[in-house]
Design a protein around this ligand. Structure first.
Ligand code: C5P
Length: 301
C-alpha cells in the first residue's frame, strides 16, 4: 500500500449536446459526444485519520471542502462499497474552471475514485467504479473513461467513438459560473415559448464521420450544443465571446456544456496559440487557455 497517490483527470467538452424533454426524475435524456482535453485537475490522496479535502488553484475558493464536495462523496461511496473507513486526505489542484461547463467537479470525483482505489489497494473492478461514478453525477463516468465517447441516457451510458489524430482548442473562461440545473431549466423555458417540436436526441452521423477522419474542417460545422441559447440567455456576454473567436479566425465556437466557458476549434497547435493571444487581447473573457484532445481519463501519475 502506498502512502500517497497522485491522479490526473481531464476536463470534458461536448462536441454535440442534444437534449431531450424533461424526464419525470428531473433529468433530460441526452445524446452527446464527450471529448476529454488536456486541461486537467490533479487529485493527491494521502493516508489520514479521517476523510478530509483541501482545494488549491483555479477557482478554489468557490469549491466546498466539506462532505458536499463530489470528491468527498466519491471517497465515501468507495469506502462504503468495501465496508472500510475512508481514511484519506484528498488534495485537489484545480485547473478546470469551477461551474464552467467542463465537468470539473465530476473530474475531481473520478480522480478521487482512482486515487483512493490505489491508496487503499482495493482493485475495484472497472464496472463497479463506473457504477459508483454514475451514482455521483451524469458526467463522472466519462471523467473515468476519457477519450471521445457517445453519452446516452443522462450522459452516463458511454460508447467510445473512433477518432484519429488530435483536435486543437482554445478555451475562453468567463467570470462567474453558471448553475447546470438553471441552464437546463432555461432551455426548457425557451422551448416552451415556441411551437412544440420533436426533441428526441440523436447523435449526428456527420460528427462521427469527421472524428473518424480526424479532420477539423469537417468537424467544425458539426459542433452543436442545445444548451447554448439557454446559457446565452442567462449570460448574454457569451454571444460577444463567440462572435469574437469567430471573427479572429476560429473554425467553430460553442458554449461548453452548460457554460459559461466557450471553446473554439482550430486546425493546429500554432493556430491555437495565435487565436488564444488574439482573444486575450480583445478583452472579452477572463482567461484564455489552449488544449488538445482526446486524452485519457482519470489515471495515476
Ligand atoms: O448529474 P448531475 O448531478 O451532474 O446533474 C446536475 C443537474 O443537471 C441535474 O440535477 C439536472 O438538473 C441537470 N441535468 C439534466 N439532465 C442531464 C444531466 C443533468 O437535467 N442529463
Amino acid at each position: 500500500m502506498s502512502a500517497s497517490v497522485s491522479v490526473s483527470v481531464p476536463a470534458k467538452i461536448n462536441l454535440q449536446l442534444a437534449i431531450g424533454p424533461l424526464r419525470s426524475d428531473g433529468y433530460h435524456d441526452l445524446a452527446t459526444v464527450f471529448h476529454a482535453i488536456d486541461l486537467t485537475d490533479t487529485v493527491v490522496a494521502t493516508t489520514a485519520d479521517t476523510l478530509r479535502i483541501s482545494v488549491r488553484g483555479e477557482g478554489a475558493k468557490f469549491v466546498p471542502t466539506d462532505a458536499s464536495n463530489l470528491a468527498s462523496k466519491a471517497a465515501q461511496a468507495l469506502a462504503d462499497l468495501h465496508g472500510i473507513e475512508p481514511r484519506v486526505h484528498l488534495d485537489i489542484e484545480k485547473r478546470i474552471p469551477v461551474a464552467g461547463g467542463m465537468a470539473g467537479g465530476s473530474a475531481d470525483a473520478a480522480g478521487a475514485l482512482i486515487a483512493c482505489d490505489a491508496l487503499w489497494d482495493l482493485k475495484t473492478p472497472k464496472a463497479e467504479l463506473l457504477s459508483i461514478a454514475a451514482s455521483l453525477g451524469s458526467d463522472v463516468p466519462f471523467a473515468l473513461s476519457g477519450g471521445t465517447s457517445i453519452g446516452l441516457g443522462r450522459g452516463e451510458l458511454l460508447t467510445p467513438v473512433l477518432t484519429t489524430g488530435q483536435f486543437h482548442w482554445v478555451i475562453a473562461l468567463s467570470d462567474g459560473g453558471l448553475s447546470t440545473p438553471k441552464v437546463y431549466a432555461e432551455c426548457d423555458r425557451l422551448r416552451a415559448l415556441i411551437s412544440p417540436m420533436d426533441y428526441t436526441p440523436r447523435i449526428s452521423e456527420g460528427l462521427v464521420a469527421a472524428l473518424r477522419a480526424g479532420d477539423a474542417e469537417l468537424l467544425a460545422p458539426q459542433l452543436h450544443n442545445d444548451l447554448q441559447d439557454a446559457a446565452i440567455s442567462l449570460k448574454p456576454s457569451l454571444a460577444r465571446v463567440l462572435e469574437t473567436g469567430m471573427e479572429l479566425g476560429a473554425l467553430a465556437g460553442i458554449v461548453s456544456g452548460s457554460g459559461p466557458t466557450c471553446v473554439f476549434l482550430v486546425a493546429s497547435r500554432e493556430k491555437a496559440l495565435a487565436l488564444a493571444a488574439s482573444i486575450s487581447g480583445a478583452g472579452v473573457c477572463r482567461t484564455v487557455r489552449t488544449a488538445h484532445g482526446p486524452i485519457a481519463g482519470a489515471h495515476q501519475n
